[in-house]
Write a protein that binds this ligand. Structure first.
Ligand SMILES: [Zn+2]
Length: 212
């Protein structure tokens, strides 16, 4: 059973995704990371991706699907996949669904539920280490990185305008996809407004019966 992980920025989706990957020994598909990896690869698809990225264009849906399919072909038989950051919109959800069906893969969707206001607060207040780029949540109280003692600063893309744009895109484009999975009985809901540890605990309680 594959997992499609949803959560608005600030929900801790990436953090929880890595924790789940380790706990259940899954493959992990993260669109951004896969694009970066492919762009350095000397293959037909790699070159195509590199061209699109260098031109500053958004990667078209059919190329994203080609990338997913390429990824799936390399997943060892019997290994589950966690999808992080895909699908973002309905068109992509429909293509992904068709692709997974073609490969005989079943999936559930998981959402780390977070209200718009909590997401806004977390994103506005989080900081990043100026040296090693570790991200610190809103409730971290020191001004110094605990790993490298670097100075903590606000991320340049965490200004209120760009945060609002990202949140709006999530509610306009991704929420309809999540609602579709809900109607199809594929959605597992997790309370994302808790601490990282509490969210993990709730995820384990929900997913252990499926994976263990
Ligand atoms: Zn640091």
């Amino acid at each position: 059973m594959d997992l499609i992980l949803f959560g608005i920025q600030g929900s801790g989706k990436g953090t929880q995704g890595k924790i789940l990957k380790d706990r259940y020994d899954t493959a992990y598909f993260e669109t951004g990371a896969e694009l970066r990896r492919l762009s350095k690869e000397d293959s037909k698809l790699g070159k195509k991706v590199k061209e699109i990225i260098e031109a500053g264009h958004l990667v078209p849906n059919e190329i994203v699907m080609e990338i997913v399919e390429n990824f799936l072909k390399n997943v060892p038989k019997g290994k589950n996949v966690i999808f992080d950051g895909i699908p973002r919109k309905m068109e992509q959800a429909q293509s992904l669904d068709a692709l997974l069906e073609k490969h005989g893969r079943e999936y559930k969707a998981v959402i780390l539920d977070l209200s718009e206001q909590v997401a806004l607060n977390r994103l506005t207040l989080r900081r990043i280490c100026s040296k090693c780029k570790t991200v610190y949540p809103a409730d971290y109280e020191n001004d110094m990185c605990e790993r490298c003692r670097g100075e903590l600063i606000t991320r340049s893309d965490d200004n209120p305008e760009s945060i609002k744009t990202r949140i709006k895109a999530y509610f306009d484009e991704t929420m309809p996809v999540i609602n579709m999975y809900l109607e199809q009985g594929k959605l597992l809901r997790i309370n994302g407004e808790q601490s990282i540890e509490a969210v993990s605990k709730e995820l384990f309680e929900t997913l252990d019966p499926i994976y263990k």
